[in-house]
Each structure stands twice: as C-alpha cells, then as structure tokens.
Design a protein around this ligand. Structure first.
Ligand code: F0G
Length: 471
C-alpha cells in the first residue's frame, strides 16, 4: 500500500479530477538506445549522469532546471526581445512582474540563480560569519563559503529522516536558530538563508506559521531573512493544501504574503518560471540595492540585463504570471505525486511525503549492503540509466562534498537519487515507464556493487567526478 499521506486529487475523490491545463502543440522526438550503447555511454561518462550526452538519454529526469516547456505566449514574447544594451523594454516587464507577484522593491537581473547567490553572498557576508539555513544547497553554500562564511543547518530534525511524514519538513527549528544566534552573536549572522521548498530534503515546504515565527525571532535580534525563491510557487501550493487558514487563498496571494515576511530573494528562473535560462535578485533595502547594482556590472552584465538577452527577460516575465496559476501548480505537483504513488505501492523506499519537484529514491535503504563511501546513490543513478536510458541525479555523499576544514567526505544522513520532473514536458505514460524501470532495479538490488571515485574535482565535485565499478 502507498505510504504517501498526501494522495493525488484523483485518489481522494475516487476519480482522476485533475489534468494538465494545456495541450501539446510541438513535439521533440526522443529515442531509446540499446543496452550495449548504454553500457558504453555510461563507462565513457565515468558512471556520472552529468557526463552523459543528452542524445544518449531516453527520459531525462536529471533536473527540472532550464528543462521546462515554454508556452506559446512565452515563445511569442521571445520575438519581442528588445536587445538594447541598456534599458531594454523587457527588463521593465520583468521588474514589473517581480514587483507584482513577489512584492520586492528593487530588482537586479542575473544570468541564473548562482549569479544571484554570488552577489548576495559577497555583498552581505564577511569573513568568520555564520549563515543559518534550512538545509544546504550545493551552489548556495559554496558561494557563502567563498565569501568567508560558514553555513549552519537549522532545519527541523524530521527533514533528515526520509520516512518522517511531517507536512512541513522544510521548517526552521527556532531553538537551533536561537542557540546559534546566542553562541555566534547576532553581529556575526548577516542573514538567515531560507529556501522555499528545500531541494536537498526532497522538495519539502516551509509553513507560513514557521516563517512568521522565524521572522519574529529574527526581528528580536535585527537579523534579515533572504529567501531562495527558486521553487517558492510549489511551496505556496503546499501551504494552500496543508495550512487550514490558507485553503481559500490563491497561490499568487500566498506567494506574495510569504515574501512579505522576508527582506529579499534570489531566484533561479530556470525552475518555477518555466524558462530555459535566467535569474534575479530582489531586495527592499535601497542601500543594499545600490551595492548590488554596482556589483552586477562587474560579474553579470549591465543592471538592466544582468547576463540575459532581452528575449529571455520577456519569457521570464510571462513565465512568472503562468507559474502562479493554481491549475498549473496543481497539475505540476500532482504529476510528481503520481509517480511517487506508483513507487510507494510497490514498497520502493522514497522520501515521504512526496515534495514539489521530484521523487527522491532512498538509495541508502535500497542498497543497504553498499557502504556510503562506495556511493550507493551514484550507483543507483547509473543502474537506472543502464536499465532504461533514464537519467537521474545523485543527491548524497558525492553532492555533499568534503568538509573544507578536515578534508574528509561529509556523510549526509540522506543518500538519495533524485528523479526530477521537468515542468510541462513528460506525460503520465512516461511516468509509468520510469516507475517500471525503478522497480526492475529494485528487484535486482542485491546483486549490485558499489563504485570507487577515480577523479575528483575540488569544488562541486558531483558535476564532473568520475567513477569505476568495484568488482
Ligand atoms: N537554489 C536552488 C534551491 C536550486 O535548486 C538551484 C539549482 C540554485 C539555487 C542555483 O540556480 O542553477 O540557476 O544557478 N538547482 C539545479 C538543480 C541545478 O538541478 O536542482 P542555478
């Protein structure tokens, strides 16, 4: 039986009561390779799915980043790109959309999320600072470390337990946060780094109540809160579903209220905003804005394009208004749950409850005979590709990297493989194929051995590390 506490709408009402609020106008052919071709491709890629060629992949669930299908309106908007170096019309559309839906005063465009992370980290963090947050994200933490800070995880304990069905596993633990503030001193905490739906925890949301309490606590100490709004629209959906007083509010209303308790946000538009590239940073503080606007011209581009073409900014502006539509978000999250429910019914261990953007397979439990330093999740992602040409991503010990002080592996509690669902791209039949492939790997799990790392980059090693099979 399904362990998932949050059923699809169809299961709740005894029939399928949702469907995608769009139809398909253009298709991109994909094709399946032979087992022999996949074997060769996998060895050439050093058992790292980031190093596979896309044309060797059948169903690509590596990421939901930059892989969305744009709408006909967004494509029409691309034709209205104003490719002026300065003052592009599209920048003002984007600025207006961010103000309308997120409510922040000042906008700095960036080429993607990590461009914004770089700017905010450099602007706010001084050497020796501590940055509390609700679980690390790879690029976010790295930029905080490069700026001289140390990231401190203050997420609730439940987030580290893949089986715990807490409805808001993205919540901050106020006690952990206050203990840190007292120990480190408020002057050494430049901001709280809050992510709306926590990627590494399984796409888990933060409740409005938790944010309000965090805000109160931060106000007492004069510490600002900056939001990673990358998948905040999905977070708003969970608030609507699980916090009684928000059940009658729209996603757009919830999003704006949530942002109103924060001081600014950075954004990878490649996710929620249904585009292939882009990002931004938005703040309310005029002085900080001035600093960021000076920095953006060094690292990204002029403050009215920040590394994006005019057409990209137009597509984001339109994407923002599509992303906050209730029926869009509902069908997006329910497609992810559809896959999760299939796997749960077969008793395949996944992170519960199913989050907003992906299914996370519990590789530690599936390959309980492979020690963590033989990379069980890396192996599982490789096996999935070998079996069916499906590409997934390791989110375990390889992603966690090494402790900068000791140089040892960080051993995260969560050793996961992420099956990330791009928005508006795959059908329910694709999800069926994925579920059957995972089942085949699961049934064969006892035969599988670990990997050894034979090449290790010094930063963000998961992108380019290479492995060999242990025989
Ligand atoms: N924050 C979160 C929560 C993210 O998931 C990402 C990217 C970023 C920031 C960085 O944004 O890629 O535009 O520079 N996540 C991708 C993923 C790569 O696959 O989860 P970016």
């Amino acid at each position: 039986m399904s362990q998932s506490r949050y059923k699809t709408m169809g299961q709740q009402f005894g029939r399928r009561s949702w469907a995608e609020p769009w139809k398909i106008k253009m298709v991109e052919p994909i094709s399946m390779t032979s087992p022999k071709e996949r074997q060769k491709a996998l060895i050439d890629a050093g058992y790292n799915t980031f190093l596979l060629r896309s044309e060797d992949v059948y169903i690509d669930l590596l990421t939901d980043s930059g892989t969305s299908a744009m709408s006909d309106r967004q494509w029409a908007g691309m034709m209205l790109g104003d490719e002026a170096y300065a003052g592009s019309r599209n920048f003002y559309h984007l600025e207006e959309a961010v103000k309308t839906y997120y409510g922040y005063k000042y906008l700095v465009p960036t080429h993607q999320g990590r461009g914004a992370e770089h700017l905010i980290s450099q602007a706010l963090i001084k050497k020796g600072d501590y940055i509390p947050g609700n679980m690390y994200f790879t690029t976010t933490r790295l930029h905080q470390e490069i700026a001289g800070g140390t990231f401190i995880d203050v997420i609730i304990d439940e987030a580290h337990d893949p089986d715990d069905t807490h409805p808001f596993k993205g919540n901050i633990d106020p006690e952990k946060l206050e203990t840190l503030i007292k120990k480190a001193g408020k002057e050494n905490i430049p901001y709280v780094s809050l992510a709306g739906t926590v990627n590494m925890a399984g796409g888990q949301p933060v409740s409005m109540a938790n944010l309000k309490a965090t805000r109160k606590l931060c106000n007492r100490y004069g510490i600002p809160i900056y939001l990673d709004a990358t998948r905040m629209v999905e977070n708003a959906f969970f608030i609507q579903e699980r916090e009684a007083e928000y059940s009658g509010k729209s996603i757009a209303e919830i999003l704006k209220e949530f942002c109103s308790y924060t001081d600014g946000a950075w954004m990878s538009a490649k996710k929620d905003h249904l585009v292939n590239i882009g990002g931004w940073l938005a703040v309310n503080d005029n002085e900080l804005f001035d600093k960021l606007r000076n920095m953006v011209v060094i690292y990204e581009g002029l403050h009215t394009y920040g590394g994006m073409a005019g057409r990209d900014m137009e597509a984001i502006a339109i994407g923002i208004s599509e992303a906050v539509q209730d029926d869009h978000v509902r069908s997006r999250v329910n497609q992810v749950r559809y896959l999760g429910d299939l796997l749960s019914e077969w008793d395949i261990p996944i992170v519960q409850p199913v989050g907003g953007h992906a299914i996370f397979l519990n590789a530690r439990s599936i390959y309980d005979h492979i020690p963590q330093d033989q990379f069980p999740a890396q192996r599982l992602a490789a096996e999935l590709y070998l079996d069916s040409g499906i590409r997934a991503m390791e989110r375990g010990i390889v992603s966690a990297g090494r402790d900068p002080e000791t140089g040892d592996h960080r051993y995260p509690k969560l050793e996961l493989v992420r099956l990330t669902i791009p928005r508006r791209v795959y059908t329910q039949a694709h999800m069926d194929v994925v579920a059957e492939a995972v089942k085949a790997i699961f049934d064969n799990r006892k035969q599988t051995k670990g990997l050894k790392m034979v090449y290790e980059p010094s930063v963000l090693r998961f992108f380019q590390a290479r492995f060999e099979s242990i025989t």
